[in-house]
Structures are given as structure tokens and as C-alpha cells.
Design a protein around this ligand. Structure first.
Ligand code: NAD
Length: 461
């Protein structure tokens, strides 16, 4: 049994059966049966699309419960979990619409034959997701995989299985064939590994840490199986002197402290031009100190507790290491005071500076509410520092000069670059990481194609 706790109080809120190897066997076999022809994969695209719309409708109908459940399970603020639930519904609607408009290609003959290129479902897809935004990451994998005609075996993170289990029930309630989606909570090293290695699983789509991604990628290589890996980040946000500084400070703080910094795209290193360094740093610290720390269930909370006490302690240890590396702690750097914080996994939003970019603090993902400020002088110096990381997930550029924004955006190694905004998403815009931030793309029209195998037919005339 897996006990899941409310991070705001430390109380156990549910005990969940951890899936064992027999459960994995059964889920893959049932998935293969449900997806196989004649079955889910045999439905016409508009018929499958209708089911996806029904799932979206049910998510909207149950939005309040799903958001509260995710807040209790992950600690996230209720405003954020409401937005994540809405985005999950939007994801199912988007892939339903994309499915209806997808066409196979028939190429005019270049000889005495017709050629046809078909995209066929893979069969059973293994989806493995992290704890930081479960319903949104689950939807981004389940919706396109089902749309393409596959079955899905989903393994949510062991700390936060509740909303994924609720999504599984909801998919059954939407009338999809039993076994088409199985949700198997359990430890990564046993349940997750068994899904990845199972010969009946034809593709794995993974979101999580880079170390785990490397392990899964190695198994996929052994199996010669397609894999998509959405991994970690250490994303730079860049402040030029000509930026609108009020908007910039709000954007930089949102980029790091929303989700309490537990976000793959968190803008955790802020590069500030030397001319405005002191001014911007002072503003960042002043506004950080005013952020309201509290339980996720309170709509006024801006920085909620971290996902578990163990994770909070890990973040605290990384800040202690930053101190040993010579960091100046400008604010935060500890758990908040007060009896209301005693039982929860709280950590104050923290701003550090005084560290070089090659310090461990600036190179390793902290996955908590910790921002490091670094000065820069010229564009070449900036680009070299910003790109000097194994990761390449995201970047924010704050400037009033659109030519400079374009120039720098082109030189930055990141799958997503925001200019004068941060952490905004559209389901129609592809998302991927460069370097150790991953391989493969999610979202966008091609999202469905990534869950298919391509077959070419030559038809003699
Ligand atoms: P994690 O890698 O520890 O775990 C992710 C999932 O993988 C969990 O479900 C876990 O149980 C499972 N897992 C662990 N070992 C496994 C194995 N050997 N085989 C199969 N499955 C295994 O990551 P986490 O701590 O849950 O999440 C935080 C990480 O996720 C951060 O590094 C963050 O940057 C990353 N992330 C990336 C994105 C993105 O889109 N790029 C989005 C969110 C989170």
C-alpha cells in the first residue's frame, strides 16, 4: 500500500494499492485487447474524437473535485490546480479536433503505382509521469495516444496518484472500452520499470528527471522501442536594461515561484545586466518577501508547501550547500516561522546571489522556490553563461528591443523561449527540450503522429 499525505498538514489522506508485476501483465494484455482491431483502433477518427470530447466534458463537470483532490495530494495552490484541470480538458478537446482534421496522404503516381502513407497505432503505450502537475502531464500523454488508436498504461508518481486514479475512473465513465486506459500507481523502480521493459509496450512516453530518463532511454534502446523523454531544466531568465522593469520583476518571480519552483521550466537562474543589477535585485527581493506563503487550499496563497517533507529537506540542503559555495542569501533560505507552518512541508521563497554560473547551485536542478541572480555585461558573455548548462528546456528574455530579443532567442539552446512573458502555454504549440532536457515533442498537431508507426503502401495500377 502507498500512503499519500497532504503536504500542508503531513496527514495521510489515502492509501493506494501499489501495482505489482501481475497488475502490469494484466493491464498490458487488457490494453492490447481493447485497442486491437476490431476495437478502439478500428473506430473512425470522428468516433474516437467523440469519446475524447466526452472525457473533456466530464473533466469540466468534475473540475472542482479534481482541483481539490490535486491540491490535497500535491500541496499546490487551488488556483493553480484549477488551471491545470482546465488545461487537461482543453488538451482532450484539442486532440479530438486535431484527430478530426488529420488526413493520410495519397501521393500522385511517379510510376505505374499509387503510393499511400499510413499512420497506424502502436498498440499499447506506457506513460510515466511525475508528481508536479499530474493531471496536465497525464492528459498530454493520454489524449494524443488514445486519439491515435492506442491503449495506455499510465504510471503516475508514487507520491501523487490520486488525481490520475480519478482521471482513470472518469475515462471509464465516458464509455471508453474497459482496459483501454489502466492507471497503475507504484514505485518507479518496480512498476515503472516493468511497464518500460514489457515486450507488449510499443512506446514509452516519460516526463520526469534526467537521471530516470537516461535509465528508461537505455531500456528503450535495448528494446529498439521509440521513447519520448521530457526531462529537467535549469532555465535562464534574462533581464536587459531596456525592459519594463515592473513587468519583468513580476514575470521573473512568477517564472520561479509559481508551483513553489517545482516546475521543469522554472526560471531558476536570472541573468541581470550589470547596469540594472542592483536595482532589479533589490526589487526582486522586496517583492519576494511580500509573497504570501500558505496552504494550497487557501486561494490567497502564492507560495504553497512543497510536495513532501523529504523534498523540502532536500531543497533546504541545497540552499545550505549554496551557502558553503559562498552564496549571499538575500531573502528566505529557511522554513517560515509560526505554528501554522509547523506540520507542513513549507520553505520560504529564496533569492541568492554571489555565485558563479559554474557552481553546483547554478548547474543542478533544485526543483524548489530558489532563485539565483547573476550579473552579465555583453550579449556574448550572457549567451555563453545562459547556455553553459547540460539542460536546454526554457528561457525568458525581458527587453524593449525586439531585434535584440530575436537575436538572443536564436542563440539560446532551449526548446521554448518566452519574450516579455514566461510560463505561458498553448496546446497547439509543440513542447520539447534540447540537450539533457529530453528528446521528442509533445503537444501540437504532430502530437498524435508521435503515437503512430508509419507504413508506406505501393499499389500497382
Ligand atoms: P522522477 O524521474 O523521479 O520520476 C518520474 C516518474 O518516473 C515517476 O512516476 C517515477 O515513479 C518514475 N520512475 C522512477 N524510476 C523509474 C524507472 N527506473 N523506470 C520507470 N519509471 C521510473 O521525477 P520526479 O521527481 O517525479 O519529477 C521531477 C522531475 O521531472 C524534474 O527533474 C522535472 O524537471 C521533471 N519534469 C519535466 C517536465 C518536462 O516536460 N520536461 C515536466 C515536469 C517535470
Amino acid at each position: 500500500m502507498i500512503a499519500t499525505r497532504d503536504p500542508a498538514t503531513g496527514e495521510v489522506i489515502a492509501r493506494v494499492h501499489g501495482a505489482n508485476l501481475e497488475d502490469v501483465e494484466r493491464a498490458v494484455a487488457e490494453g492490447a485487447r481493447a485497442a486491437a482491431d476490431p476495437g478502439w483502433c478500428d473506430l473512425l477518427p470522428h468516433e474516437r474524437a467523440r469519446y475524447l470530447v466526452r472525457i473533456a466534458d466530464l473533466i469540466v463537470e468534475r473540475a472542482g473535485d479534481l482541483a481539490r483532490l490535486q491540491t490535497a495530494d500535491t500541496g499546490k495552490s487551488i488556483n493553480e490546480t484549477r488551471a491545470l484541470v482546465a488545461s487537461a480538458a482543453g488538451t482532450f478537446r484539442y486532440f479530438a479536433a486535431a484527430l478530426e482534421t488529420m488526413e493520410e496522404s495519397l501521393t500522385p503516381p511517379r510510376g505505374p503505382y499509387l503510393t499511400m502513407s499510413l499512420h497506424e497505432p502502436i498498440g499499447v503505450v506506457g506513460a510515466i509521469t511525475p508528481w508536479n502537475s499530474p493531471i496536465a502531464s497525464d492528459a498530454q500523454k493520454i489524449a494524443p495516444a488514445l486519439a491515435a488508436g492506442n491503449a495506455v498504461v499510465l504510471k503516475p508518481a508514487e507520491w501523487t496518484p490520486l488525481v490520475s486514479l480519478a482521471l482513470g475512473r472518469l475515462v471509464t465513465d465516458a464509455g471508453l472500452p474497459p482496459g483501454l486506459l489502466s492507471v497503475l500507481p507504484g514505485p518507479g523502480r518496480t512498476t515503472g520499470d516493468a511497464i518500460v521493459r514489457h515486450p507488449g509496450v510499443g512506446k514509452v512516453t516519460f516526463t520526469g528527471g534526467t537521471v530516470t530518463g537516461r535509465t528508461i532511454g537505455a531500456v528503450a534502446a535495448e528494446k529498439i522501442m521509440p521513447v519520448s523523454l521530457e526531462l529537467g531544466g535549469k532555465s535562464p531568465t534574462i533581464v536587459f536594461p531596456d525592459a519594463d522593469l515592473d513587468q519583468t520583476v513580476a514575470g521573473v518571480l512568477f517564472g520561479i515561484f509559481s508551483s513553489s519552483g517545482q516546475s521543469c521550466i522554472a526560471g531558476s537562474r536570472v541573468f541581470i545586466h550589470a547596469d540594472v543589477y542592483a536595482d532589479v535585485l533589490e526589487r526582486l527581493v522586496r517583492h519576494t518577501e511580500r509573497l504570501r506563503v500558505g496552504p494550497g487550499a487557501d486561494p490567497a496563497t502564492q507560495v504553497a508547501p512543497l510536495v513532501t517533507h523529504a523534498h523540502r529537506d532536500k531543497v533546504a540542503a541545497m540552499v545550505d550547500r549554496a551557502r558553503q559555495e559562498g552564496a549571499r542569501v538575500r531573502c528566505g533560505g529557511r522554513a517560515p516561522d509560526g505554528p501554522e507552518f509547523d506540520r507542513g512541508a513549507y520553505y520560504l521563497p529564496t533569492v541568492l546571489d554571489g555565485l558563479p554560473n559554474d557552481s553546483a547551485t547554478c548547474q543542478e536542478e533544485i526543483f524548489g522556490p530558489v532563485l539565483v541572480a547573476l550579473p552579465f555585461t555583453g550579449e556574448d558573455d550572457l549567451v555563453a553563461q545562459a547556455n553553459d548548462t547540460v539542460y536546454g528546456l526554457a528561457c525568458g528574455i525581458w527587453t524593449g528591443d525586439h531585434r535584440r530579443a530575436w537575436r538572443v532567442a536564436r542563440r539560446i539552446e532551449a526548446g521554448t523561449v518566452w519574450i516579455n512573458t514566461y510560463k505561458q502555454f498553448s496546446i497547439s504549440t509543440p513542447f520539447s527540450g534540447m540537450k539533457a532536457s529530453g528528446i521528442g515533442t509533445e503537444k501540437g498537431r504532430d502530437g498524435i503522429r508521435s503515437y503512430t508507426r508509419q507504413k508506406s503502401l505501393y499499389w500497382g495500377l
